[in-house]
Design a protein around this ligand. Structure first.
Ligand SMILES: Cc1ncc(C[n+]2csc(CCOP(=O)(O)OP(=O)(O)O)c2C)c(N)n1
Ligand SMILES: [Mg+2]
Length: 269
């Protein structure tokens, strides 16, 4: 898919996010908008994972470790055709599988996430299983930056390097904000690049809203080599919606009707 088409998909994902959260009156707006371009590139360019092969043992795996940003994942899956777009209307409805944190009851979702700090370990296990079984699939996991305050991530990083998991790619949605404060004020994780290098990773920094750069970077990685990859993606929490960009309170604020209309207008281009 061409870059401008991926960008259009990212905007569609963002509109879906705004609509879902506004009608359900719940969710994590800033967190999902932050990851929209990364998800668009993964689902429309990088992943060998589609509605057609979703049951195949050889499919690429994706784990959304920052599971509170489920709306972005639901939107990406719907836009990619894993289920009808109209299904997004059921977000947070009683007995709906589209819950605030994602579960594997939804087509295209591999694991339940949302308790932060687990997805990276699960993904490392999936990647190790591929190596042990001689399978060629690749595993991509998306974490938040604040999520890296959880110590379990660093155990996963040690294991990934130790087991030479070149088929594993960690993407960090590096937006600088946590739930109640900046990541720096909560518990500093910088310098992330040097930390992952010290852990034995192949490290890359990229603009997490530049679809062309993300796609080219994922194309260039050596998935058969002996080093796991860390992609540190600079992002803006709330990206694409003026009143939410970089604003802590939009971690989980809900747009009122006026804000919903303004957001959809801004995302219509
Ligand atoms: C184990 C655990 N502790 C706390 C929370 C509550 N929580 C939800 S989101 C969040 C902040 C996450 O920040 P970050 O990883 O930077 O995500 P993003 O900025 O992309 O939303 C926290 C602490 C949780 N979901 N799981
Ligand atoms: Mg963050």
């Amino acid at each position: 898919m061409k870059t401008n088409e991926i960008n259009r998909k990212a905007q569609a994902i963002r509109r879906d996010i705004v609509s879902m959260i506004s009608s359900a009156q719940g969710g994590h707006l800033g967190c999902s908008l932050s990851e929209a371009d990364i998800l668009a590139v993964l689902f429309f360019h990088t992943l060998r994972f589609s509605p057609e092969n979703r049951e195949d043992a050889g499919r690429d795996r994706f784990v959304l470790s920052k599971g509170h940003a489920s709306e972005g994942l639901y939107a990406a899956l719907a836009e990619r055709g894993f289920f009808p777009l109209s299904f997004l209307d059921r977000y947070l409805e009683k007995d709906s599988p589209l819950t605030i944190h994602p579960t594997n009851h939804v087509p295209g979702i591999e694991v339940c996430t949302g308790a932060l700090g687990h997805g990276f370990s699960i993904a490392a296990g999936m990647a190790l299983a591929a190596k042990l079984n001689g399978a060629l699939y690749r595993v991509f996991v998306l974490t938040g930056d604040g999520e890296l305050d959880e110590g379990s991530n660093w155990e996963a990083a040690m294991a990934a390097a130790h087991f030479k998991l070149g088929n594993l790619t960690l993407i960090v949605d590096n937006n600088g904000l946590q739930l109640g404060d900046s990541v720096s004020n909560t518990m500093e994780i910088a310098p992330l690049d040097k930390k992952f290098e010290a852990f034995g990773f192949d490290v890359h920094k990229v603009d997490g809203h530049d679809a062309a750069a993300l796609a080219a970077l994922f194309d260039s990685l050596d998935y058969k080599g002996g080093k796991p990859h860390a992609v540190i993606a600079s992002t803006v929490k709330g990206k694409g919606v003026s009143f939410a960009e970089g604003r802590l309170e939009w971690h989980h604020s809900i747009p009122n009707e006026e804000q919903r209309i303004l957001a959809l207008k801004e995302l219509s281009i």
